[in-house]
Design a protein around this ligand. Structure first.
Ligand code: NI
Ligand code: MN
Length: 226
């Protein structure tokens, strides 16, 4: 599995010979100015919720690549109305088998209005299970006790957790979330992009290390293989 960080909450993951792209928000992100959205591969674009900082580049990348969108029903319908008709609608607790593995749409505690004010359904996260490994992608969320349920009934290898605080859980709650979902390896997201969500990398990594866990805070454009 190859994991590439494109800034904010945007990750690309090569899995089962397919390219998954999560919550693409690149062209409006000044910190991701070196990333060309026209060079990002995508067979699937997974969208956790409707906020601008998660959907901004969905349309452009979907039109270029012909990727299939995976999200909640409301968001898939909103993009279908824009002419992006390759979409797979889901709702909370539902799982579907794709050619790269399975996707379950799970709870998040957040909001989800789309950029034009349309309702974006309820926000979510994803559990991905595949022959190459299982992981949780939290989306934007508060720490919540349902994460414990995810950990008890899924054998997760690692997780992508928001940790910038203010709009989502912060570093301390993300560490509790890592315990709840039962992972020792975490990739951070939703930090540093705006003034409200700047974190101290050394302090955050030290907190995870003290708990026997590894926190990856990749540079924008950096890839790692697991
Ligand atoms: Ni959000
Ligand atoms: Mn966000």
């Amino acid at each position: 599995m190859k994991i590439t960080f494109y800034g904010h909450a945007t990750y690309g993951i090569e899995l089962g010979g397919k390219n998954l792209l999560f919550d693409p928000f690149i062209s409006p992100n000044e910190k991701a100015g070196d990333i060309d959205i026209n060079s990002i591969p995508a067979d699937y674009i997974l969208i956790t919720h409707g906020h601008q900082d998660h959907v901004a580049d969905v349309e452009a990348i979907a039109r270029r690549t012909g990727a299939t969108l995976i999200s909640n029903f409301e968001i898939i319908s909103w993009f279908a109305n824009k002419g992006i008709e390759k979409g797979h609608p889901m709702n909370h607790g539902g799982k579907w088998n794709f050619d790269f593995g399975s996707v379950k749409y799970v709870n998040a505690v957040h909001s989800s209005t789309l950029p034009d004010g349309s309702p974006g359904g309820n926000p979510g996260g994803f559990i991905i299970e595949s022959a190459e490994g299982n992981f949780y992608y939290s989306g934007d969320t508060a720490l919540h006790y349902d994460m414990k349920l995810l950990g008890e009934y899924h054998n997760l290898d690692f997780a992508f957790l928001c940790m910038g605080d203010n709009f989502t859980m912060g570093v301390d709650d993300a560490l509790i979330a890592a315990n709840f979902v039962g992972v020792d390896r975490v990739f951070g997201m939703h930090y540093d992009t705006f003034g409200y969500i700047v974190i101290n990398h050394d302090v955050a990594k030290a907190k995870f290390q003290k708990a026997g866990k590894t926190l990856h805070l990749l540079d924008i454009g950096e890839s790692t293989k697991l």
